[in-house]
Design a protein around this ligand. Structure first.
Ligand code: 5AD
Ligand code: SF4
Length: 450
């Protein structure tokens, strides 16, 4: 059978989609290749959130096409995901070597499309229509990693799309409107994962706090999202539950209280704030104020004082004034986030912000990016240092990515800890004494029980 190489750009949703496609291919007898230039099929699962991500995927595809086509005339080249969705056929016009363009509601048809091209039944496929029910089509998992080792943690896609329409964001256009899977369907997938050795699930969606708003609704004062967390919490064998990405406006009392009530819900939250300035939040169409955001953080820390909180911030949104940027810096200092992704604003086609006058000069965006990043690093380092001398429990995931000789796991508050250990620790909850902190990593020794 032919071999397939998949490269994934962008967020965890994309990683999850690629994993499901790989699992479907393997089930049909295809093998996975680690080198695109040796593969029979090359798929790039693309991201459109920033222009740089699109350019990278286009660059990669033209490189692969120029190298591979001369060696393997019949190799199949395809784009999947967000850029495939938003650019469609235009990608084939630009890169005529490309055979497949598969949109965000069509991942589960990838195997069939590859088969059609390989058998010569068709030449080019552009499949980017909407498809009812596609939110439930990302379900298969490639549970044995490349090394053949078992996965301890897994992503579970609970919904697709976003209705928030932040003015800078292309996601509502690439992923479509919000559509949620049923609670039973998601619980079924989680149980299957547990049967394969998974102990931690991360519930995934572009705006998970809006999960099931339309389809399920509020029951006993609990949002559909909280109902889902409760249902997953009841599954024997799951030790930890996380989710990403929420929206601040979804942190009602019910979700805050869930952190207090549900011990498997890990005390960590990635809550994108984007800006600390009210005028900017308004222009971004975020739907909350600085004060409301600070109130959420305060409430979460009241319920779980050890909670790890990270965020996303955009610098250089059109018209961002010095005062507005300073407001973001001051919010960052006030919250003392554990870490943040700081993004330089990137103009996205067809978004309302692309029409705004006063796009800022690149140098100013660079300058603000560097300034905020230095704050992120400084605050992160001092927060990580406070863990030295403490004992923390990690769920061991496998060998350290930085040093294969050592093992690594994550604390409940989502910090990576590296320690000396062997494969027998994989999947175990292990207590570690923290002895050192590096850049956004902790180092520990297993607690020896006397
Ligand atoms: N420019 C820069 N960053 C963006 N993000 C989304 N759209 C843009 C854009 N046009 C960032 C946001 C979001 C994260 C996934 O990507 O911070 O939370
Ligand atoms: Fe984009 Fe805003 Fe939706 Fe997040 S909430 S995916 S930033 S539109």
């Amino acid at each position: 059978m032919p071999s397939v190489y998949i490269k994934t750009y962008g967020c965890q949703m994309n990683e999850r989609d690629s994993d499901a496609v790989a699992a479907q291919l393997v089930a049909k007898g295809y093998s996975m290749a680690s080198d695109p230039l040796k593969a029979d099929v090359v798929l790039l699962n693309t991201c459109s959130v920033r222009d740089a991500a699109e350019q990278k995927a286009i660059g990669k595809m033209s490189h692969v096409a120029s190298q591979l086509r001369s060696r393997k005339k019949n190799a199949v080249l395809g784009f999947m995901g967000c850029m495939a969705q938003s650019r469609g056929k235009e990608l084939i016009d630009k890169l005529p070597d490309v055979d497949l363009v598969i949109g965000t509601q069509k991942f589960h048809h990838t195997v069939d499309h590859i088969g059609e091209v390989l058998s010569g039944k068709t030449n080019k496929v552009v499949d980017v229509e909407e498809e009812e029910g596609s939110e439930a089509a990302v379900r298969e998992h490639l549970l044995d990693g490349a090394s053949g080792a078992k996965s301890i943690t897994s992503f579970v896609s609970i919904m697709q799309g976003c209705n928030q329409f932040c003015t800078f964001c292309i996601v509502p256009y690439t992923r479509g409107r919000e559509r949620s899977r049923s609670i039973e369907d998601i619980v079924g997938e989680c149980k299957n994962l547990v049967d394969h050795g998974v102990r931690e699930v991360t519930l995934l969606g572009q705006i998970v706090t809006s999960y099931g708003r339309r389809e399920i609704g509020i029951k006993d004062g609990k949002s559909a999202f909280v109902q889902l967390i409760e249902a997953v919490h009841q599954i024997d064998g799951i030790d930890r539950i996380r989710f990403t990405s929420p929206h601040p406006k979804g942190y009602g009392e019910d979700l805050v209280q869930a952190y207090g009530r549900l011990p498997k819900l890990c005390e960590s939250a990635h809550i994108p704030v984007q800006s600390g300035s009210n005028s900017m939040l308004k222009r971004m169409h975020r739907g909350y104020t600085r004060e409301r955001f600070l109130d959420i953080i305060h409430k979460l820390r009241e319920v779980r004082p050890d909670i790890g909180i990270t965020t996303d911030i955009i610098v250089g949104f059109p018209g961002e004034s010095e005062e507005e940027f300073e407001a973001t810096l001051s919010l960052y200092r006030e919250v003392e986030f554990d870490n943040a992704f700081v993004f330089k604003y990137s103009t996205r086609r067809n978004t309302p912000a692309a029409e705004l006058e006063q796009q800022l000069p690149t140098e100013l965006i660079e300058e603000r990016h560097a300034k905020l990043l230095s704050e992120v690093n400084q605050i992160g380092a001092s927060r990580y240092e406070t863990y030295i001398g403490k004992t923390m429990q990690v769920l061991v995931e496998g060998p350290s990515r930085r040093n294969k000789e050592r093992m690594e796991g994550r604390t409940r508050c989502n910090r990576i800890v590296v320690f000396d250990g062997s494969e027998r620790f994989r999947g175990q909850l292990v207590d570690l004494n923290i002895i050192r902190s590096g850049s956004f990593t902790l180092y520990g020794d297993p607690v020896i029980l006397k």
